[in-house]
Ligand binder design. Structure first.
Ligand code: HEM
Length: 178
């Protein structure tokens, strides 16, 4: 018999369980306790995410908008909410309940709201139709309407930050050179 066969025969001749852990230790209770200890140790040693620093509010930059570039600022897709009145762009994100998606004045979000506010109307034709055309001159509005608009403007100036100006497409940067 060669060496390997001898060893196999010796192992086969050993009584059951010899060389392994005494079966008395493998009780269900011990298995549960071991799992708890392992889980606790793992949880304790697991690297913890770095403490998050409070995010700083992004700096406000005064920008030039056109009706088209203002459009995405309507509170959808986590965007802030801006609206324009007589060429001034206001950040009305604080008033998201009014102007954000589903709000009563959501039609003004991302738009030139001048005419709608002046006329007290949410009609679609109060808004600039051609986003690449000239701005609404409001020249046909009467005294009362202009006063109503000025009232809203005053309120917005008290409440919201002006973040830019609205110009017609193609007029960006014109004022700087004049
Ligand atoms: C049935 C008619 C209306 C009712 C009951 C109504 C109700 C209100 C209420 C309760 C507020 C909140 C006021 C505050 O807490 O500061 C508000 C604000 C406002 N409303 Fe109206 N409203 C009406 C019509 C209009 C119309 C016709 C317009 C203009 C087209 C308008 C534009 C606004 C604006 C711009 C604000 C200010 C939101 C802000 O502070 O940013 N509302 N309205």
């Amino acid at each position: 018999m060669d060496y390997v066969q001898q060893r196999v025969a010796q192992e086969a001749a050993k009584p059951d369980g010899a060389g392994s852990a005494p079966s008395g230790l493998l009780t269900p209770l011990n298995i549960i306790l071991l799992s708890v200890v392992l889980y606790t140790t793992f949880s304790y040693l697991k690297p913890k995410p770095a403490a998050a620093l409070p995010k700083e509010a992004p700096a406000v930059v005064f920008r030039t908008f056109t009706p088209r570039t203002l459009l995405p600022y309507n509170g959808e897709n986590n965007m802030p909410v801006y609206l324009a009145v007589r060429g001034r762009v206001f950040d009305v994100t604080r008033g998201r309940n009014f102007y954000g998606p589903g709000g009563p004045y959501a039609n003004f979000a991302g738009r030139d709201a001048s005419r709608g506010l002046a006329c007290g109307s949410f009609d679609e034709d109060m808004l600039t139709k051609d986003l690449d055309g000239p701005l609404d001159t409001l020249s046909d509005l009467g005294k009362d309407e202009l006063e109503a608009m000025a009232g809203w403007e005053e309120r917005f100036l008290e409440k919201y930050l002006v973040v830019g100006k609205l110009v017609a497409a193609g007029d960006e940067g014109k004022e700087e050179t004049q």
